[in-house]
Design a protein around this ligand. Structure first.
Ligand code: UN1
Length: 513
């Protein structure tokens, strides 16, 4: 797999030192044990980074706290200029960073490049936002008084991110946090540690070129124990965590205990409703990309297809035929549609889910299986599978981070389909395939989808950065990225100013001395 020139990629991203197991300048807060990163693409060791110790963590947080003292006073548009330069560097490094994402995480090169594009896009968004951190003005009930609200920087933002979007999720948080005047401490997934150091190297360069303190962006490395330090730390007013619902519940409880803020982006169990009025060709593309893209490892991946009985066989046959076309293999080879799962533990989880769906009464119609032989040496390549199932099955209620698609049948009206769609604990993304206005509007109504994302004639994955991204129920309720998601990164203050010569009290209270 070295054919794409991994050495050059590592060199361009400043990662060759990690390859020898030593830390670089950007990894200042990591002096612990080595974390080895093996590629799921070919099973080879890509490099190693050092984990952060508790002492490293302390150093990172105090460096960040020190940087915040000055960064919060820098005018927001000047902070935006830093983010603009960061976006420029990402444009220059897009190819290399995209390749590293693909090689370390296993997603297709197209998707690796797409992930870096999301980073560039959020930078552009944040640059504009840096001149639009608007508050409201109000009319005071008292004469010669003025009221308004303003947004101030919040402080240190702790970011815990997952392996499946090893670089973009960090940037959604940081690009906004930085224009908002916050400083960031990031713990990337221990499954994709090199992506973390690569991003840190890029922003460290921007900060150094502008003589800005390194504490604006701090990287800490390690497993959940280091994340726990962030959740417990009163000096970290906001913890933004992406990952499993299990992890999110622990983070939420820990942060809530100190009445901190958390922004949670957790599991999904995303469905596409296919009504009798669906465009079948569009449905197939949306469903297949949603289910097998990123090997089913997006939080927005399509897990369930809820198909009307009148077109069930037709849709099923079309999807099964499309699955027969899928090419599974090295994700850096653009001819392949599906790359590997992240590691062999994920493969086991996938196998268990396939056993469970059968045990619970489902029927496999596109069999799964682990691929072996030439090109599949890492043991992480699996066949995308399809099972006919019922929404009530325990396994269907559960998010399995793998390319397994459940076909569910509905009869009756779109309300019946919506009930099935909403009948899970998670609430991230949802979609309806229909050319019928009434069905579409019902799906989007107050009695429609209960998810944070609801699409018409688009699959469940691949959201644009301009919208607020996140979901309800066990997805955690957080919103990241576009729209007004920035507000969670700031503290809000209401100001009342009296420019009269007396001191009238609100609510008409008289208090004469
Ligand atoms: C995730 O899987 O954690 O909407 C994020 C999408 C991507 C982001 C997914 N823009 O599929």
């Amino acid at each position: 797999a070295q054919h794409f020139g991994i050495e050059n990629v590592l060199k361009s991203l400043g990662l060759l030192a990690e390859n020898e197991g030593t830390s670089t300048g950007s990894q200042n807060f990591s002096s612990g044990e080595l974390i080895h990163s093996y590629s799921p693409v070919d099973g080879k060791l890509i490099g190693s980074v050092r984990a952060s110790t508790a002492a490293d963590y302390e150093k990172a947080v105090s460096t960040a706290a020190e940087a915040f003292k000055t960064f919060r006073l820098m005018p927001a548009p000047q902070r935006g200029e830093l983010v603009r330069q960061f976006g420029e560097k990402l444009r220059q490094k897009k190819d290399d960073l995209g390749k590293l994402v693909s090689y370390e995480m296993g997603k297709s090169l197209q998707e690796g490049l797409g992930e870096v594009q999301e980073m560039i896009d959020i930078c552009d968004f944040a640059v504009g936002l840096s001149r639009q951190l608007h508050g409201l003005t109000m009319h005071s009930e008292r004469p010669a008084h003025r009221m308004y609200e303003q947004y101030h920087p919040l402080g240190i933002v702790g970011i815990i991110s997952a392996f499946n979007f090893p670089v973009a999720v960090w940037s959604w948080n940081t690009a906004l946090a930085w224009v908002c005047g916050d400083v960031c401490v990031w713990k990337p997934s221990e499954k994709t540690p090199l992506c973390g150091v690569a991003c840190q190297n890029i922003i460290a360069e921007v900060l150094a070129e502008n003589n800005m303190p390194e504490g604006i962006s701090c990287l800490i490395s390690g497993d959940y124990t280091i994340g726990e330090l962030l959740s417990k730390d009163k000096r970290v007013p906001l913890v933004s965590a992406t990952g499993s619902t299990r992890m999110g519940k622990i983070v939420a409880a820990t942060v809530a205990e100190r009445l901190g803020r958390s922004l949670l982006e957790l599991g999904g169990n995303n469905a596409i409703i296919v009504t009798p009025n669906a465009d079948i060709k569009m449905t197939v593309i949306g469903a297949v990309f949603g289910a097998v893209g990123t090997a089913g490892q997006r939080c927005t991946s399509t897990r369930r297809l809820i198909i009307h009985e009148s077109i069930y066989e037709q849709v099923k046959d079309a999807i099964v035929a499309a699955y027969a076309q899928l090419r599974i293999g090295n994700p850096l080879d653009q001819n392949n549609h599906v790359g590997p799962l992240i590691d062999t533990d994920a493969v086991k989880t996938y196998q268990h889910a396939l056993e469970a769906v059968v045990a619970q009464g489902g029927k496999i119609i596109v069999p799964g299986g682990v691929l072996t032989g030439a090109g599949y040496e890492s043991g992480c390549y699996v066949k995308p599978a399809i099972a006919e199932a019922d929404n009530s099955f325990e396994i269907v209620q559960h998010e399995t981070f793998a390319p397994i698609l459940y076909l569910l049948k509905y009869s009756g009206s779109v309300e019946d389909a919506i009930e099935i769609q909403n009948g899970v604990a998670q609430g991230l993304s949802s979609a309806i395939m229909t050319t019928h206005l009434r069905e579409a509007e019902q799906f989007l109504s107050a009695a429609g989808s209960d998810c944070g994302i609801a699409n018409v004639n688009i699959g469940t994955s691949g959201a644009e950065i301009g919208g607020a991204f996140g979901g309800e129920k066990e997805t955690g309720g957080g919103r990241e990225s576009g729209s007004d998601a920035w507000k969670v990164y700031m503290r809000r203050q209401t100001n009342t100013i009296n420019y009269s010569t007396s001191l009238p009290l609100a609510q008409g209270i008289k208090f004469d001395l």
